[in-house]
Design a binder for this molecule. Structure first.
Ligand code: TRP
Length: 331
């Protein structure tokens, strides 16, 4: 850990709801793999989760649950930092300093703020300045690469823009980070509406598979996944989004190419194909569920606590530079 001969990765996840197959195959599985090549910092962004209406007890529990799932799927606290954002107050402090140089015009263009408020979120200042806090998360550790989903591209742009503005005005303190979507990221869609992404905010539980679901639940959800009436299994996101989604899931779980899967299942019928998909998903998730169920809350808290202390040390070092450069050095 903190071996700075390797490029540094920072990423964050909001502790809201359960972690599902889409997040796993699209992002979190990579979090585990990236530890081999990078200096990795993974943050449970609880301050971000406060920007929409929430229940304090649920947030507290979701932080532990999120950490538990991440550890179960392979985030290794001996090799990565894994902590809650609120454990390191410098996130909020740097966000303030960056906020003071963020034009409102930049934030007014953010599609996520517009989307969230259009869907009923109250337009509060925290939600509005969400991208500034995210930029602070990344820059605080002077990260080089930020593995994120497609939907976060605009936030990465703001981060790069703020890093450049800061460096131009106050001196070269921040590396300009890049968004990073590893080749092994799968795009997993909803099982009930396969033109939308699988999402934890979808009120329909049948639309997703949570990482800790029981095998029979997984099988039932895949069997009832929305498909089409043409019986051929082939990959066509436009005309056959449901089947294409199942092919993508199966490919991501097995490492087999889509073509190879189509060769095998083109004419077997959907029933057999879906059962085969269920088999591989159940097999992929079984060790995660087992590891998750064996983890003790107290041990998870201890991991977060220890990582948070190391994170705070790194953050303090950056803030010393930032304070000195911006004229608010501590005496
Ligand atoms: N906005 C990200 C999301 O919703 C979460 C996040 C917060 C994040 N801070 C971050 C991701 C820093 C990467 C880096 O998915």
């Amino acid at each position: 850990m903190a071996d700075q001969t390797r490029p540094r990765i920072f990423s964050g996840v909001q502790p809201t709801g359960n972690m599902h197959l889409g997040g796993y195959l699209g992002a979190f599985r990579n979090w585990a793999r990236l530890q081999d090549e990078y200096d990795t910092i993974y943050c449970i962004v609880d301050l971000h989760a406060m920007t929409v209406e929430y229940d304090p007890a649920e947030l507290a529990a979701a932080r532990i649950e999120t950490a538990k799932v991440l550890i179960a799927l392979g985030v290794d606290p001996d090799r990565s930092l894994l902590y809650n954002q609120s454990q390191v107050p410098e996130h909020a402090e740097l966000a303030w300093i960056l906020g003071a140089m963020t034009p409102m015009g930049v934030l007014n263009r953010m599609t996520q703020f517009k989307d969230k408020t259009a869907r009923g979120a109250s337009p509060n200042l925290g939600l509005y300045s969400y991208p500034v806090l995210m930029a602070a998360d990344i820059l605080l550790y002077r990260a080089n690469l930020v593995p994120v989903g497609d939907d976060q591209r605009q936030h990465i742009e703001v981060t790069r823009d703020l890093a450049e503005r800061f460096n131009n005005r106050f001196g070269e303190i921040f590396p300009i980070p890049e968004g990073y979507i590893p080749e092994t990221s799968a795009r997993v869609m909803s099982l009930t509406n396969p033109t939308d992404k699988m999402s934890k905010s979808d009120p329909q539980e049948k639309s997703r598979i949570d990482l800790t679901d029981e095998p029979d639940v997984i099988r039932k959800r895949i069997r009832s996944a929305v498909t089409d009436s043409d019986p051929e299994v082939r990959f066509d996101r436009e005309d056959k989004p449901g089947i294409s989604n199942l092919l993508e899931i199966m490919s991501a779980c097995t490492g087999r190419s889509i073509d190879n899967l189509v060769d095998e299942y083109a004419h077997t019928g959907y029933g057999i194909f879906k059962d085969a998909v269920a088999d591989v998903v159940i097999e992929e998730l079984a060790p995660i569920k087992e590891a998750h169920d064996a983890l003790d809350d107290g041990d998870v808290r201890a991991v977060l606590h220890a990582s948070g202390i190391k994170g705070a040390e790194m953050a303090a070092a950056t803030m010393d530079l930032v304070r000195a450069a911006t004229g608010v050095k501590r005496f």
